[in-house]
Design a protein around this ligand. Structure first.
Ligand SMILES: [Mn+2]
Length: 329
């Protein structure tokens, strides 16, 4: 087992060196985050994008959907590198995917993978099947920004305040405010603060700010939540459903945060939020306290993620989507 771990670590080291050489020589780089990008995906793409732009490269940063940068993440794009998906080059010379656990998570930009000259994949999801010419895949790190930081170091880049803010934003969100952060993540956080990232001003808009009308809707969603202690093999499941009306009315920042409150229910090992993203289309956020591997459950339904945080999109009625989840748990 130790040999396998060492081999995996060696593969990551070699891939990082290969990617660093490619990026150092690149004149034109396209960096893609996953659809509905979070701070880890977009922060990774932007930190690397800022470094490459300042080296003189032409840089595009994008994601398949939506067509705008989530409001809370806009301050990270200090150079205006983000472009709508429709403006991404048809055949990028060098394409880098950030925090994308499966090609399908590129959404409408998935075609750029085959069209690109060379592709580099940077990710930390255990369910990633492996794709791209150069694969920096390390499920032992808490956030993709940690892989970006290693890559920047390999490229000989000095992390400035703008890059530090992007990296810190991904680190703090993917570790849930460092609840799930190991020593390396804490050390990196200290380094990023020294480089100019200010935790309070970074975190407040991303994790601690919602419009007042949202609070009433959140109360309603929580009061409608259902607890089934027998589900998930007796580990318990708590779930709630967010209708298309609320998904359309509020930002991703509100909708995606519901699961963080729902997951605190002591009686359930698994929390699930069903978000209606189409008439019969549901994006499901899954969280586990650790006793149930929700990455495996998500993967069984065609999704992916981490053992304690995963997601999947299903077709059908809300009842059918809930039944499908129950069946795999
Ligand atoms: Mn991530």
């Amino acid at each position: 087992m130790t040999a396998l771990v060492d081999a995996a670590g060696e593969n990551v080291r070699q891939a990082t060196a290969t990617a660093a050489a490619l990026l150092t020589a690149a004149e034109d780089v396209t960096l893609l985050a996953h659809v509905r990008p979070d701070a880890d995906a977009l922060g990774s793409a932007l930190a690397l994008g800022i470094a490459l732009y300042r080296r003189g490269a032409r840089v595009q940063v994008s994601f398949g959907a939506p067509d705008h940068v989530p409001e809370s993440l806009r301050p990270l794009d200090v150079l205006g590198l983000c472009v709508p998906a429709a403006q991404v080059d048809a055949a990028p010379a060098l394409l880098v995917t950030c925090d994308v656990n499966d090609p399908a998570r590129l959404g409408p930009l998935v075609c750029r993978l085959a069209a690109a000259g060379t592709t580099v994949m940077l990710d930390h999801h255990v369910t990633n099947p492996g794709f791209g010419d150069v694969r920096i895949l390390d499920p032992t790190v808490e956030a993709t920004v940690m892989l970006v930081h290693r890559l920047l170091r390999e490229m000989g880049e000095v992390v400035d305040a703008d890059m530090a803010r992007c990296l810190y934003a991904g680190l703090v969100t993917d570790t849930r405010n460092f609840r799930e952060a190991g020593p390396a993540a804490h050390r990196l956080a200290a380094e990023l603060i020294e480089s100019g990232a200010d935790p309070r001003s970074l975190i407040t808009p991303i994790m601690d700010t919602h419009p007042f009308p949202w609070l009433a809707v959140l109360a309603e969603l929580l009061s409608c939540a259902e607890l089934d202690p027998a589900a998930a093999g007796g580990f318990g499941l708590v779930h709630t459903v967010i209708s298309a009306v609320h998904v359309a009315r509020f930002r991703q920042e509100e909708v995606d945060a519901v699961v963080d409150t729902l997951r605190t229910a002591a009686e359930a090992e698994v929390a699930a939020v069903f978000k209606q993203v189409g008439p019969t289309r549901w994006t499901i956020s899954l969280r586990s306290r650790g006793g149930v591997d929700v990455a495996a459950a998500a993967k069984a339904l065609g999704g992916g993620g981490h053992p304690r945080a995963a997601g999947v999109t299903l077709e059908g009625t809300a009842g059918e989507a809930v039944a499908a989840l129950r069946a795999v748990l």
